[in-house]
Design a protein around this ligand. Structure first.
Ligand SMILES: *[C@@H]1O[C@H](CO)[C@@H](O)[C@H](O)[C@H]1NC(C)=O
Ligand SMILES: *[C@@H]1O[C@H](CO)[C@@H](O)[C@H](O)[C@H]1NC(C)=O
Ligand SMILES: *[C@@H]1O[C@H](CO)[C@@H](O)[C@H](O)[C@H]1NC(C)=O
Ligand SMILES: *[C@@H]1O[C@H](CO)[C@@H](O)[C@H](O)[C@H]1NC(C)=O
Ligand SMILES: *[C@@H]1O[C@H](CO)[C@@H](O)[C@H](O)[C@H]1NC(C)=O
Ligand SMILES: *[C@@H]1O[C@H](CO)[C@@H](O)[C@H](O)[C@H]1NC(C)=O
Ligand SMILES: *[C@@H]1O[C@H](CO)[C@@H](O)[C@H](O)[C@H]1NC(C)=O
Length: 242
């Protein structure tokens, strides 16, 4: 009997009934509902860490029995209430977490500087790559994406490094502990000191902890990587838009 009940509960969590990957203006994702990417690869939803009772919005592999989070929206601003909703604010044109009363608790996406009043043609979609994208459906432009705000996991399709023109920087930061996703001691970044010296750097609270050798072709010196990883190393000399 007990086994049966546990089995049913696990099954419900494992295969979300909704199967919806897109949030539209007016939709609300509550504490128990989920977004699931079109081919079921990734799931987005609220999760609570039992040790702290803190709630976060996160993304995980749908079929990962350990629910390891590959992205956390609010690592530094845990939520303690369970009456929270994920939605698109039609006036600010951004993704927010708000209370059922309407108070904004977390601004997830950047300020879109929407000066045009209420806008209804925005969607937020969880892609099969694990990227959560806010899109303007009118001009098909991606306004914001979670891949531009990585936490501690690097997924295929993400970037490390910086855009010299805009000053934007992509790096990974460790969790504070297994139970606390807040900014931890270690960061991994791709640092360029001119064209001939590009390295991966691990810093511990801003101090150099580890460095790879210089990038030579598709490999960092002194790093033994397999062919698959080599194929992932690309450098861009021009800044990419989107
Ligand atoms: C959460 O949303 C789901 C799907 O929209 C709905 O079925 C459920 O009743 C909601 N739960 C709460 C606590 O509002
Ligand atoms: C978390 O919440 C539950 C239920 O409200 C409570 O029993 C438990 O003591 C809380 N745990 C912590 C670490 O605050
Ligand atoms: C979210 O952004 C709006 C507009 O910039 C601001 O007024 C509000 O204080 C922000 N809320 C939080 C919780 O950061
Ligand atoms: C989604 O999962 C399927 C099955 O595991 C895999 O073949 C596919 O490449 C994945 N899609 C992406 C975009 O990662
Ligand atoms: C919203 O986007 C769709 C798809 O691009 C378009 O057909 C429609 O006209 C847009 N609506 C508004 C109000 O801009
Ligand atoms: C969406 O795109 C249309 C057409 O470019 C633009 O007029 C509108 O202001 C955009 N909306 C937002 C919220 O960026
Ligand atoms: C990592 O990226 C953040 C956000 O762009 C930036 O503030 C921080 O300085 C970067 N850290 C490193 C080590 O590059």
């Amino acid at each position: 009997m007990i086994t049966l009940i546990i089995f049913i509960i696990l099954t419900i969590n494992y295969f979300p009934a909704t199967g919806v990957s897109t949030l539209k203006v007016g939709d609300q994702l509550n504490h128990t509902s989920r977004l699931v990417s079109p081919n079921n690869n990734f799931t987005l939803g609220f999760f609570t860490i039992p040790a702290t009772n803190s709630t976060y919005l996160g993304i995980w592999y749908t079929n990962d029995e350990q629910y390891r989070r590959v992205w956390v929206a609010n690592p530094s601003t845990p939520i303690t209430s369970s009456s929270t909703l994920l939605m698109i604010d039609p006036y600010l044109g951004r993704i927010i977490i708000a209370t059922t009363g309407g108070t904004v608790i977390v601004n997830i996406s950047d300020n879109n500087n929407n000066k045009f009043g209420q806008t209804t043609n925005l969607t937020a979609t969880l892609q099969d790559t694990g990227d959560f994208q806010l899109k303007n459906e009118t001009d098909n432009r991606i306004i914001w994406r979670s891949f531009d705000h990585p936490t501690n996991v690097f997924l295929p399709g993400m970037k490390l490094g910086s855009d010299l023109k805009t000053g934007r920087n992509w790096n990974l930061t460790s969790w504070l502990s297994d139970e606390v996703p807040d900014v931890g001691a270690f960061s991994l970044s791709w640092v360029s000191n001119g064209e001939n010296s590009q390295r991966l750097l691990v810093q511990q609270r801003g101090r150099l902890y580890w460095t790879s050798g210089d990038l030579r072709g598709h490999m960092f010196e002194f790093m033994i990587v397999n062919d698959l990883l080599q194929q992932c190393i690309h450098t861009f000399t021009e800044d990419e838009e989107n």
